[in-house]
Design a protein around this ligand. Structure first.
Ligand SMILES: O=C([C@H](O)CO)[C@H](O)[C@H](O)COP(=O)(O)O
Length: 433
């Protein structure tokens, strides 16, 4: 191989779109076209045939993810035009051997996908002995959402075998380049190309990054971020509707509205429980909260304000990200002038008194949703989402996938004049009853 291979994974459901996206990716420098598993499950071997017919100068890779009946599935894909068939490394050796025999018979090659294999380095060596052609160090999409990436595994496997190794699993330009420096000859990219608004540009960017890494043997300027920084950055890129979709519509607060429209906040919760009109604990929480955190207040009622202008000014001094109140707020005209993000249930003129009932940093139910200290809060004009701290990274990643998917569809509506129902083949995917 005289330059690294960029394999674009068409993980889509609709063949018509896959064909278009393949052309755009090729224009950006993609070498091999992978008929992704979702596309194979949705359209069958026709997807392999159609893509082969159109892109004869490019290798067509069928991601069959075969786990049994190696010969039958490889024969099926090879006869439909697949140059390379992907089977699972976790298969029994008898399946691998049958797959290799069928591939040899029909002039195809075998790539094995290492997803979820225990002892992957040992298994990779064994698979090389059995005669597979490529090893794919793959971290699956659900695993990526939990923070895994293929780079370290790839480095170990590339050292252990001499057949070409591919890296796959959430690769962007930076991670693709890293894969090359760790010994990958092939990078497999799905989402970061096929869900992109400008497929050609995204493919071109990855092409450039891997070619440079290949020539130089190193990648410069990769900065490691803390987990919280990464989570915040991810949530800043998405909307509360994206997060709601990623969470299967759960955990949106009810009846809490922005006092200032057009403000988005992202931060970890400092929780407050108080009585209707008792503003002692809400105001004390300003001294407890740190920069970038969100004060989340549950009041026992909403007739008397627990928050106003002076508390808001104090938050501004401390760099507190915003305030959510399941209760009443006042001085909304001043809060609007200050441009500070406050979300509340009700606006009233009368304040209560600082009696000091309630607690700071305890479990509360705010806007109908349980909030624990340290849970992530994202709020914008659509509403307020609560993301449990244990799932914050996963949900942030899944929300970004939702956004990417929508960006691509938005592009097809705006640039190609299509309708949503046409793009996603809505009628075909209605639930059969
Ligand atoms: O194999 C894949 C996955 O299991 C879905 O079928 C993807 O093609 C592979 O992970 C590459 O896609 P991204 O991770 O989105 O880059």
């Amino acid at each position: 191989m005289d330059r690294p291979i960029l394999q674009v994974a068409l993980d889509l459901l609709e063949l018509k779109r896959a064909i278009e996206i393949a052309s755009e990716a090729i224009e950006g420098g993609a070498d091999w076209i992978e008929v992704g598993t979702p596309l194979i499950k949705s359209e069958g071997m026709d997807a392999v045939r159609e893509l082969k017919k159109r892109y004869r100068d490019h290798k067509i890779v069928a991601d069959m993810k075969t786990i049994d009946t190696g010969a039958i599935e490889v024969e099926m894909a090879a006869k439909s035009g697949a140059d390379i068939v992907i089977i699972l490394a976790a298969s029994d050796n008898s399946t691998i051997e049958e797959a290799i025999r069928a591939a040899r018979k029909y002039g195809s090659e075998i790539m094995v996908d290492m997803i979820n294999v225990t002892n992957p380095v040992e298994r990779a060596k064994e698979l090389e002995e059995l005669g597979v052609d490529y090893i794919n160090c793959h971290i699956g999409i659900d695993q990526q959402m939990m923070g895994m990436d293929p780079i370290e595994l790839l480095k170990e496997i590339a050292k252990a075998v001499s057949i070409p190794v591919a890296g796959a699993g959430g690769l962007n330009a930076e991670k693709s380049a890293l894969c090359i420096t760790k010994g990958a000859k092939i990078v497999i990219v799905g989402s970061n190309i096929v869900k992109s608004r400008n497929v050609t540009e995204s493919a071109r960017k990855i092409r450039k990054a891997i070619d440079e890494a290949w020539e130089k043997g190193s990648v410069s300027g990769v900065k490691k971020k803390s987990l919280d920084e990464e989570i915040r950055e991810l949530f800043m890129k998405v909307s509360t509707p994206n997060i709601s979709d990623a969470m299967h519509r759960a955990r949106a607060m009810m009846d809490i509205h922005p006092v200032n429209r057009g403000k988005k906040i992202v931060g970890k919760a400092v929780t407050v429980s108080t009585m209707d009109g008792d503003w002692a604990k809400p105001v004390e929480a300003i001294d407890v909260a740190g920069m970038g955190e969100v004060i989340v207040i549950k009041c026992s009622g909403d007739t008397t304000a627990v928050w106003g202008e002076l508390a808001t000014r104090s938050c501004l001094n401390k760099g507190i990200e915003g305030v959510i109140i399941d209760g009443a707020v006042r001085d909304v005209d001043d809060i609007r002038k200050l441009g500070y993000p406050v979300f509340a249930k009700r606006e009233v003129p009368n304040a209560g008194e600082p009696k000091g009932f309630g607690e700071i940093n305890v479990k509360i139910v705010c806007g109908g949703i349980e909030v624990n200290p340290g849970d992530w809060i994202v709020a914008d004009d659509n509403g307020v989402m609560v993301i449990p701290k244990k799932r914050a990274y996963e949900i942030a990643r899944r929300s970004l996938e939702v956004k990417k998917h929508e960006d691509r569809i938005r592009g097809e509506i705006e640039d190609k004049g299509r309708t949503l129902a046409d793009i996603v083949e809505l009628y075909k995917w209605e639930k059969v009853s």
